[in-house]
Design a protein around this ligand. Sequence first.
Ligand SMILES: NC(=O)c1ccc[n+]([C@@H]2O[C@H](COP(=O)([O-])OP(=O)(O)OC[C@H]3O[C@@H](n4cnc5c(N)ncnc54)[C@H](O)[C@@H]3O)[C@@H](O)[C@H]2O)c1
Ligand SMILES: [Zn+2]
Length: 405
Amino acid sequence: MARFCLPRDVYHGKGALENLKNLKGKKAVIVVGGGSMKKFGFLQKAEEYLKAAGMEVSLIEGVEPDPSVTTVMNGAQKMLEFQPDWIVAMGGGSPIDAAKAMWIKYEYPDCTFEDMCKVFGIPELRKKAQFCAISSTSGTATEVTAFSIITDYDKGIKYPIADFEITPDVAIVDPDLAQTMPQKLCAHTGMDAMTHAIEAYVSTANCDYTDALAIHAIEMIQADLIKSYNGDTESRSKMHNAQCLAGMAFSNALLGIVHSMAHKTGAAFADYGAHIIHGAANAMYLPKVIAFNAKDPTAKKRYGIIADYMHLGGNNDDEKVDLLIKYLRGMNDSLKIPHSIKNYGADSYPCDQGFVPENIFLERLPAIAKNAIGDACTGSNPRQPSQEEMEKLLKCCYYDTDVDF
Ligand SMILES: NC(=O)c1ccc[n+]([C@@H]2O[C@H](COP(=O)([O-])OP(=O)(O)OC[C@H]3O[C@@H](n4cnc5c(N)ncnc54)[C@H](O)[C@@H]3O)[C@@H](O)[C@H]2O)c1
Ligand SMILES: [Zn+2]
């Protein structure tokens, strides 16, 4: 038996933001990031619509990219003071994820961050507030997912909080919000979405419901991501839907070790001046993980089916897997995403020697590999890596060498 859980309402299409007018409640808190929503006027519009719905509105601004435990706890404190019955989170994955974790702490003030991280262990929410999520990036799909990713900066580790309790009640997928994304954000979030769809399709928790969503998302991302990156507004709108479909798939089918590795490398070298941005990490690791997972016969067959839907050719599953890997690497080239950590510059663009020094990578490798194996996304990966295999796989991701094990 399995559960398939989505928000009760998904408002999509141009002008969908206006549906905020239809929320019923007394007090709404809007949670946003560093300023892009204000700069482009979306925050003001959201405030206006909520006031038109008769609500008192308060703001929590300034959630940083890859939000911290501290940000979550501070935001929850503000919610406890204001007592909202609607939490409206708006922006990229970062503010929406932070707001989800604030929501848990607001409903259960004694809940610690460790408590939140117990997979599918969140107590029943909605005693105090409902949750509306409005995405402005086309990748994480957190507006429809049961996940929130919070970074513990003391440990340099990203922790996924996972429970259908935090699947939003209302999602708003308005393509206007995605039009203002700069090219780099479009590239990274788009490859995040592609990774979600592919990992969901080969996950051991896949089902008929998630397969349909994952395959359609893959086809749409193949058709629209590069065009969206190059400024096609229609493709930009399509990508906003495609990433949401990918999210519906992975929220129910779960993910795999591309995400485990991205979570555990993302902030691991922050002391060397940068993060490996989530979507870029996924884009670099995905082809390596496909080669690793394809040793599992069921996964190989499923990658072959993906390659068929993408019309990549190939006479047998081995050829199809190779063509899929080649195609995804080509997408990275078109989107100016490097193929390896070694070539990942502090600005995320390809360069000869990136910001992660080789000796530091090798020094931290055993711990990163151990953490990646322990990540919540590893359990549903089609092939379970040993410590030795995970270290080898991460090395292939550092040096861009072939996975032959
Ligand atoms: N909850 C999930 O299911 C899930 C899935 C994948 C990733 N994540 C997490 O989400 C986070 C990444 O989220 P993200 O990629 O959406 O980016 P983000 O929210 O971190 O935003 C990145 C930057 O883009 C800006 N921005 C956002 N929307 C914009 C727009 N429309 N126009 C101009 N600028 C805009 C923000 O102000 C910010 O500076 C990571 O922490 C990642 O681990 C969560
Ligand atoms: Zn992701």
